[in-house]
Each structure stands twice: as C-alpha cells, then as structure tokens.
Write a protein that binds this ligand. Structure first.
Ligand code: FES
Length: 106
C-alpha cells in the first residue's frame, strides 16, 4: 500500500491508502477525498482533478506531458506544483506523498 496525504483547502488532511499503478485521481475518488471531481474519468480532458504537489515531493514525480501542460493552462489557481491527478501514476517511491487540493476545480 502507498499512503497519500491530500490536504484540502481548509487545511484538513485526508490520508488514504492507494495501490501501485493506480492514478492519484483514482485514489482520491475511491476514498471520497473532497475537492477532486475527475469528470472525464482520467482521460486528461476535463481538468477537474487539479492538485498542487507539496514542494518536497515535486521532483519525485514523472514530468508532465504536453497534453497535461496545456490543460493546466486553463486551470484556476495554477501554481508551480500544479498537476492533473489523473496523470500521476503511483509508485512505491511516492509512499507518503503530500498534495494540496485547491478550493475550486474548473
Ligand atoms: S480526470 Fe479529467 S483531466 Fe483528470
């Protein structure tokens, strides 16, 4: 199991257990983490799974691809650590990952 800490906009941490190979979006949806919609089901088409990776973890994630980068340009609250959670595939190295969930999605 991989532990993920989602911090919502109120500062509340939601710790969830996820599986290797699962997406970060799927881990959030399956554990009812508030603030992540995932309207397109993980197809990098809606932008409603925006999260901001904690600065201590950003370098450990695989880089964004061009599709993710262009969709993120339309995201409110865009920050340096912004990612689309459906495009982040969980690995054992991400055990303990901390991400922030913005107040609003697209
Ligand atoms: S779930 Fe739609 S872009 Fe991530």
């Amino acid at each position: 199991m991989i532990k993920i800490n989602f911090i919502d906009h109120t500062g509340t941490t939601h710790e969830v257990d996820a599986s290797e190979g699962e997406s970060l979006m799927s881990a959030a949806i399956n554990n009812l983490v508030p603030g992540i919609d995932g309207d397109c089901g993980g197809n990098c088409a809606c932008g409603t799974c925006h999260i901001i990776v904690d600065e201590n973890w950003g370098s450990r994630l695989a880089a964004r691809n061009s599709e993710e980068t262009s969709l993120l340009q339309m995201t409110p609250d865009l920050e340096g650590g912004s990612r689309l959670a459906c495009q982040v595939v969980l690995t054992k190295e991400l055990n303990g990952l901390v991400v922030n969930v913005p107040e609003h999605q697209m």
